[in-house]
Structures are given as C-alpha cells and as structure tokens.
Design a protein around this ligand. Structure first.
Ligand code: ZN
Length: 307
C-alpha cells in the first residue's frame, strides 16, 4: 500500500501535570490559550482531562493535560518529547508581558533563523515561543529528545515529513551540548515541524508531572487514518486499533526512539457535545461515565478558569 499523502502537522500534545488550578492559571492566564474542553480521563474518571487550544479549538493548537493531584515530579530525558513550541507574531510584546507578570523565561535565542524564548509551566514542562509561522495561537513544533535520531527520522519520513535542516546551538535546555534536526511536513499546516534533538547531558527521563505523554498528529478523516494505520503497520510499527476519544478517533504507536505517537482525526471535533461559544465551561462526560456524574463531580477538585 502506498503512503496516504502526508501528515499535515500536529493534532495535539498530551502531558501530565500536578493539581489542575496551577495548570489552568498558566496555560490560560499566562499563555492566553482557551480552555476548550473540561472532561475526565476516560480510563480514570476521578481525574480531569483539560484541553487548551486557540480561539477556534483547531487541530494543531491543542495541548491536553491529565492533572493528577498527587503526580510525582517527572523529568524529560532521551526517549521523550521534551518541549512544545507555539508560533507567536510579536516576541518582543510577549517578553514585555511576561516580564511585567514576573514570569521567568530564557532567551531570546535563535533557532533555525527565528527568535525564540523558553519558559516553564508550574510543573516544569518546557514551553517555547517562536516568532513566525502560523500566528493564530497554534503550535509551531515539538522537540523529541532522542539517544539517536535515525530510527525516528525514518518514521517521520514514512509520515510524509522531510528533513529541513540541522543546527547545533544548545537551545533545548538540556544543559549539555545539543544537536537538532528539523523535519517538516511536505504538506505543511499548523504545527508542521518536529525537531529531533540529541544531547550529551545526563538524560534519564522520568514520566510524571511536567512531562509530555504523547504527541498526536493529524488525519483529516477516518479513511485517511485507516490508510496511515495500514502504512505504518506495513513498515513494522505496532499500531493500536482505533480508539474512540469522543472528540477524535485515535491510533497509537511507540516509535523506535521511545516516543509515543498518536494519529487523531479532525472529526468530530470539540463542538460535538457543546456550543462552540461555550467550550470548556461545563464538565462534559462521555456516555459511559454520565451515569456516574454526581460521584465524579464530588471527587474532582474545584477549578476556576482565569479571566
Ligand atoms: Zn492524544
């Protein structure tokens, strides 16, 4: 079977956080993302699953968190996605606003010719703001920290990504000497870049609060997703069956470099169970958990969305 075109870019990135209020205060209050869905971890409905995105809740702008109240601190290392980057229009304005809000950041530094800064969310997750690209509050790229890049590069190439460049300035925050290869979708839309980073820094990653759990790429339709499932299985990856995630259908596979990838469909999207103008305001539960709503609402911590 031939390759079904090219993956256009990221769909979402999912991470683990500590208590939800600090997470909301940072991602909405500091970064200005919109809370686009307030639901629960479908496998563990006593825990929230919070989705942030741009105003339109568009694929390629979505960051999601499982805020485990007692998650121990994690640490990024080789075999994990170590940073998510957003595209911003005016980095000077961002630096001014962050300084005014007394939020620490590193930089500005240059990456592949663009100016960028890096900050940390309350659990230590590295967030980068890169000037240029799609300027609608969407993702710019993710960084995958790897022991070696070759095997993961082959997977990206199988997904329609092409190598765009290589760079050596250490801008990944590992504290060591880094190399960075950039791959970009050959049919690029929002969040079209994936950086493969190696570092000589000590790199024993530990999953937990502040670490990225998986990186999800886009399929425009269920048919396209089926095409990717067949193609990726054919090149030897172990791909899960399709899993219904309410707002998209998902397939998952572990890349040889250790990072968990997902391919998620654009449909049905976040307006499937609430008014697009009111996304994120009410707790939404999938049908299988609706009967338990009263009990679930009792155990979930109260949260307040910053203005
Ligand atoms: Zn996901």
């Amino acid at each position: 079977m031939s390759r079904p075109g090219a993956i256009p870019g990221l769909h979402h990135v999912t991470a683990i956080s500590g208590p939800p209020q600090g997470n909301l205060d940072f991602w909405v209050g500091t970064l200005g993302q919109r809370l686009v869905k307030r639901t629960v971890n479908f496998d563990e409905p006593g825990t929230y699953h919070l989705y942030y995105g741009n105003a339109a809740a568009a694929p390629g702008s979505i960051m999601t968190f499982f805020p485990f109240v007692d998650a121990g601190p994690g640490r990024a290392g080789a075999g994990m996605a170590s940073a998510v980057a957003y595209a911003v229009a005016d980095l000077d304005a961002w630096m001014g606003d962050l300084a005014e809000a007394a939020v620490d950041f590193d930089g500005p530094f240059e990456r592949f010719g663009d100016r960028a800064i890096a900050l940390k969310d309350p659990d230590g997750l590295r967030v980068e703001l890169i000037e240029g690209g799609a300027r609608d509050g969407g993702c710019h790229s993710v960084t995958l920290w790897l022991d070696e890049t070759e095997a993961t590069a082959r997977v990206l190439e199988a997904m329609g990504y092409v190598r765009e460049g290589g760079d050596t300035p250490a801008t990944g925050g590992t504290g060591g000497s880094e190399t960075r290869l950039r791959y970009r979708s050959s049919a690029p839309e929002r969040g079209s870049a994936v950086d493969l980073m190696t570092s000589d820094a000590r790199s024993i990653g530990r999953p937990g609060a502040g670490t990225i759990h998986h990186v999800a790429f886009r399929a425009r339709s269920a048919e396209e997703q089926q095409g990717w499932r067949a193609h990726l299985s054919e090149i030897g990856l172990e791909v899960t069956p399709v899993i219904d995630r309410q707002y998209f259908d998902a397939i998952y596979f572990r890349t040889p470099g250790g990072v968990l990838f997902e391919i998620a469909t654009d449909p049905p999207g976040f307006a499937v169970d609430e008014d697009p103008d009111r996304l994120g305001q009410a707790l939404k539960l999938p049908a299988q958990h609706e009967a338990q709503r009263a009990r679930i609402e009792r155990v979930l911590p109260e949260i307040r969305v910053p203005a």
